[in-house]
Design a protein around this ligand. Structure first.
Ligand SMILES: Cc1cc2nc3c(=O)[nH]c(=O)nc-3n(C[C@H](O)[C@H](O)[C@H](O)COP(=O)(O)O)c2cc1C
Length: 214
Protein backbone atom coordinates (compact mmCIF):
# COMPACT_ATOMS: atom_id res chain seq x y z
CA UNK A 1 0.00 0.00 0.00
CA UNK A 2 1.27 3.46 -0.83
CA UNK A 3 2.39 5.75 1.96
CA UNK A 4 0.50 8.89 2.78
CA UNK A 5 2.44 12.16 2.77
CA UNK A 6 2.37 12.13 6.56
CA UNK A 7 4.09 8.74 6.54
CA UNK A 8 7.02 9.87 4.37
CA UNK A 9 10.07 10.15 6.58
CA UNK A 10 13.75 9.27 6.49
CA UNK A 11 16.19 8.72 9.33
CA UNK A 12 19.56 10.43 8.78
CA UNK A 13 22.48 8.22 9.68
CA UNK A 14 25.50 9.14 7.53
CA UNK A 15 27.65 11.08 9.97
CA UNK A 16 27.86 13.72 12.69
CA UNK A 17 29.13 17.29 12.78
CA UNK A 18 31.23 18.29 15.76
CA UNK A 19 32.67 21.63 16.86
CA UNK A 20 36.16 20.09 16.87
CA UNK A 21 35.79 19.00 13.25
CA UNK A 22 34.88 22.31 11.60
CA UNK A 23 36.89 25.30 10.47
CA UNK A 24 36.66 28.54 12.48
CA UNK A 25 36.18 30.26 9.16
CA UNK A 26 32.70 29.53 7.72
CA UNK A 27 33.83 30.30 4.16
CA UNK A 28 36.46 27.57 4.50
CA UNK A 29 33.91 25.23 6.03
CA UNK A 30 31.55 25.93 3.14
CA UNK A 31 34.41 25.22 0.73
CA UNK A 32 35.06 21.84 2.37
CA UNK A 33 31.39 20.85 2.17
CA UNK A 34 31.07 22.17 -1.37
CA UNK A 35 34.07 20.10 -2.50
CA UNK A 36 32.47 17.06 -0.88
CA UNK A 37 29.20 17.80 -2.70
CA UNK A 38 31.17 17.98 -5.97
CA UNK A 39 33.07 14.74 -5.24
CA UNK A 40 29.80 12.99 -4.43
CA UNK A 41 28.64 14.04 -7.93
CA UNK A 42 25.38 15.43 -6.63
CA UNK A 43 23.04 16.78 -9.30
CA UNK A 44 23.49 20.58 -9.47
CA UNK A 45 25.32 21.02 -6.14
CA UNK A 46 25.44 24.77 -6.82
CA UNK A 47 21.64 25.07 -6.93
CA UNK A 48 20.45 27.13 -3.97
CA UNK A 49 17.18 28.62 -2.82
CA UNK A 50 17.36 32.40 -2.46
CA UNK A 51 14.76 34.10 -0.31
CA UNK A 52 14.12 37.82 -0.69
CA UNK A 53 11.40 40.14 0.46
CA UNK A 54 9.73 43.40 -0.35
CA UNK A 55 10.61 46.38 1.88
CA UNK A 56 7.40 45.76 3.85
CA UNK A 57 8.31 42.13 4.44
CA UNK A 58 6.40 40.03 1.89
CA UNK A 59 8.75 37.09 1.19
CA UNK A 60 9.47 35.15 -1.98
CA UNK A 61 11.93 32.38 -2.78
CA UNK A 62 13.29 30.58 -5.82
CA UNK A 63 16.25 28.48 -6.91
CA UNK A 64 19.27 30.04 -8.64
CA UNK A 65 22.78 28.77 -9.37
CA UNK A 66 25.75 29.81 -7.28
CA UNK A 67 28.44 30.96 -9.72
CA UNK A 68 31.26 31.94 -7.40
CA UNK A 69 32.11 32.25 -3.74
CA UNK A 70 35.10 33.68 -1.96
CA UNK A 71 35.74 35.66 1.24
CA UNK A 72 33.52 38.48 -0.06
CA UNK A 73 30.48 36.25 -0.29
CA UNK A 74 28.26 34.26 -2.63
CA UNK A 75 27.51 35.35 -6.22
CA UNK A 76 24.61 34.47 -8.50
CA UNK A 77 23.46 36.08 -11.74
CA UNK A 78 20.03 37.21 -12.73
CA UNK A 79 17.90 39.91 -14.31
CA UNK A 80 17.98 43.05 -12.14
CA UNK A 81 14.42 43.90 -13.30
CA UNK A 82 13.02 40.49 -12.29
CA UNK A 83 10.85 40.02 -9.23
CA UNK A 84 13.88 39.05 -7.11
CA UNK A 85 16.03 41.74 -8.72
CA UNK A 86 13.64 44.51 -7.76
CA UNK A 87 13.27 43.10 -4.25
CA UNK A 88 17.03 42.89 -3.77
CA UNK A 89 17.56 46.45 -4.99
CA UNK A 90 14.81 47.88 -2.78
CA UNK A 91 15.53 45.63 0.23
CA UNK A 92 19.12 44.38 -0.09
CA UNK A 93 19.00 41.37 2.21
CA UNK A 94 18.73 37.69 1.34
CA UNK A 95 18.78 34.19 2.77
CA UNK A 96 20.30 31.29 0.85
CA UNK A 97 19.69 27.58 1.42
CA UNK A 98 21.55 24.60 -0.04
CA UNK A 99 20.07 21.11 0.43
CA UNK A 100 22.44 18.29 -0.41
CA UNK A 101 20.09 15.35 0.17
CA UNK A 102 22.58 12.56 -0.60
CA UNK A 103 24.93 13.96 2.06
CA UNK A 104 22.05 14.69 4.48
CA UNK A 105 23.31 18.27 4.70
CA UNK A 106 21.79 21.72 4.63
CA UNK A 107 23.66 25.04 4.60
CA UNK A 108 21.91 28.31 5.39
CA UNK A 109 23.46 31.72 4.83
CA UNK A 110 21.98 35.16 5.29
CA UNK A 111 23.30 38.65 4.88
CA UNK A 112 23.24 41.89 2.98
CA UNK A 113 23.28 42.00 -0.80
CA UNK A 114 25.21 44.13 -3.29
CA UNK A 115 25.28 44.34 -7.06
CA UNK A 116 28.71 43.29 -8.29
CA UNK A 117 30.72 45.52 -10.64
CA UNK A 118 29.93 45.72 -14.35
CA UNK A 119 33.40 44.33 -15.06
CA UNK A 120 32.77 41.21 -12.97
CA UNK A 121 29.32 40.69 -14.52
CA UNK A 122 30.85 41.15 -17.99
CA UNK A 123 33.51 38.57 -17.27
CA UNK A 124 30.93 35.94 -16.39
CA UNK A 125 28.45 36.98 -19.12
CA UNK A 126 31.04 36.60 -21.87
CA UNK A 127 31.98 33.15 -20.57
CA UNK A 128 28.39 31.92 -21.09
CA UNK A 129 27.27 29.89 -24.13
CA UNK A 130 25.90 32.11 -26.94
CA UNK A 131 22.33 30.87 -26.54
CA UNK A 132 22.34 31.67 -22.81
CA UNK A 133 23.50 35.17 -23.63
CA UNK A 134 20.69 35.53 -26.16
CA UNK A 135 18.27 34.17 -23.58
CA UNK A 136 19.16 37.03 -21.26
CA UNK A 137 18.08 39.45 -24.00
CA UNK A 138 15.00 37.44 -25.00
CA UNK A 139 13.45 37.18 -21.54
CA UNK A 140 11.86 40.01 -19.62
CA UNK A 141 12.23 37.81 -16.58
CA UNK A 142 9.17 37.63 -14.28
CA UNK A 143 6.94 39.65 -16.64
CA UNK A 144 3.76 38.11 -18.06
CA UNK A 145 4.16 37.00 -21.67
CA UNK A 146 1.37 36.30 -24.19
CA UNK A 147 2.60 32.87 -25.28
CA UNK A 148 5.58 30.54 -25.68
CA UNK A 149 5.62 31.51 -29.37
CA UNK A 150 6.25 35.16 -28.52
CA UNK A 151 9.36 34.14 -26.57
CA UNK A 152 10.65 31.84 -29.31
CA UNK A 153 10.09 34.46 -32.01
CA UNK A 154 11.97 37.02 -29.96
CA UNK A 155 14.81 34.56 -29.52
CA UNK A 156 14.94 33.87 -33.25
CA UNK A 157 15.01 37.57 -34.08
CA UNK A 158 17.90 38.02 -31.69
CA UNK A 159 19.76 35.07 -33.24
CA UNK A 160 19.47 36.81 -36.62
CA UNK A 161 20.39 40.23 -35.23
CA UNK A 162 23.53 38.92 -33.52
CA UNK A 163 24.50 36.34 -36.18
CA UNK A 164 27.69 38.25 -36.98
CA UNK A 165 28.27 40.41 -33.94
CA UNK A 166 29.18 39.90 -30.33
CA UNK A 167 26.20 39.62 -27.99
CA UNK A 168 26.65 42.32 -25.34
CA UNK A 169 25.57 41.96 -21.73
CA UNK A 170 22.12 43.50 -21.24
CA UNK A 171 22.40 46.48 -18.89
CA UNK A 172 19.69 44.94 -16.68
CA UNK A 173 21.51 41.60 -16.24
CA UNK A 174 24.31 40.90 -13.75
CA UNK A 175 25.46 39.47 -10.47
CA UNK A 176 24.37 39.86 -6.89
CA UNK A 177 26.79 39.25 -4.03
CA UNK A 178 25.34 37.98 -0.74
CA UNK A 179 27.68 39.13 2.04
CA UNK A 180 27.11 36.67 4.89
CA UNK A 181 26.43 37.69 8.47
CA UNK A 182 25.32 34.24 9.51
CA UNK A 183 25.94 30.68 8.37
CA UNK A 184 24.45 27.44 9.60
CA UNK A 185 25.80 23.99 8.80
CA UNK A 186 23.24 21.22 9.37
CA UNK A 187 23.98 17.53 9.36
CA UNK A 188 21.01 15.18 9.69
CA UNK A 189 21.25 12.70 12.58
CA UNK A 190 19.15 9.84 13.79
CA UNK A 191 15.93 10.38 15.81
CA UNK A 192 15.76 13.99 14.61
CA UNK A 193 18.67 14.92 16.92
CA UNK A 194 20.42 16.74 14.10
CA UNK A 195 23.71 18.61 14.41
CA UNK A 196 23.50 22.35 13.74
CA UNK A 197 26.48 24.68 13.99
CA UNK A 198 25.71 28.37 13.61
CA UNK A 199 28.32 31.04 12.81
CA UNK A 200 27.61 34.70 13.57
CA UNK A 201 29.81 37.55 12.36
CA UNK A 202 31.27 39.59 15.25
CA UNK A 203 32.18 43.29 15.26
CA UNK A 204 35.89 42.46 15.10
CA UNK A 205 35.39 40.40 11.93
CA UNK A 206 35.70 37.06 13.73
CA UNK A 207 32.98 34.42 13.87
CA UNK A 208 31.20 33.06 16.92
CA UNK A 209 30.30 29.39 16.63
CA UNK A 210 27.32 28.03 18.54
CA UNK A 211 25.60 24.67 18.56
CA UNK A 212 21.90 25.12 17.87
CA UNK A 213 19.18 22.87 19.14
CA UNK A 214 17.70 20.78 16.34
C1 LIG B 1 18.01 24.59 -10.97
C2 LIG B 1 17.58 26.01 -11.28
C3 LIG B 1 18.55 26.96 -11.50
C4 LIG B 1 18.18 28.28 -11.77
N1 LIG B 1 19.16 29.23 -11.90
C5 LIG B 1 18.81 30.52 -12.06
C6 LIG B 1 19.81 31.54 -12.05
O1 LIG B 1 21.02 31.28 -11.85
N2 LIG B 1 19.41 32.82 -12.23
C7 LIG B 1 18.09 33.15 -12.41
O2 LIG B 1 17.80 34.32 -12.59
N3 LIG B 1 17.12 32.21 -12.39
C8 LIG B 1 17.46 30.91 -12.21
N4 LIG B 1 16.47 29.95 -12.17
C9 LIG B 1 15.05 30.36 -12.36
C10 LIG B 1 14.51 30.92 -11.03
O3 LIG B 1 14.17 29.87 -10.14
C11 LIG B 1 13.28 31.81 -11.24
O4 LIG B 1 12.27 31.10 -11.95
C12 LIG B 1 13.59 33.09 -12.02
O5 LIG B 1 14.84 33.61 -11.67
C13 LIG B 1 12.52 34.15 -11.77
O6 LIG B 1 12.43 34.41 -10.39
P1 LIG B 1 11.74 35.75 -9.83
O7 LIG B 1 10.49 35.94 -10.62
O8 LIG B 1 11.50 35.48 -8.38
O9 LIG B 1 12.72 36.87 -10.05
C14 LIG B 1 16.81 28.63 -11.88
C15 LIG B 1 15.83 27.64 -11.65
C16 LIG B 1 16.22 26.37 -11.34
C17 LIG B 1 15.14 25.34 -11.05
Amino acid sequence: MEKTIAELRKDYTLEGLHESGVSHNPFQQFGIWFEQALSAQLPEPNAMTVATSTPDGTPSARIVLLKNFDERGFIFYTNYLSHKGVELITNPQAAIVFWWAELERQVRICGNVEQISDQESDKYFYSRPLNSRLGAWASEQSQAIASREVLEERFQELQEKYANEEIPRPPYWGGFLVVPQQFEFWQGRTSRLHDRLGYTLLDDGGWQIERLSP
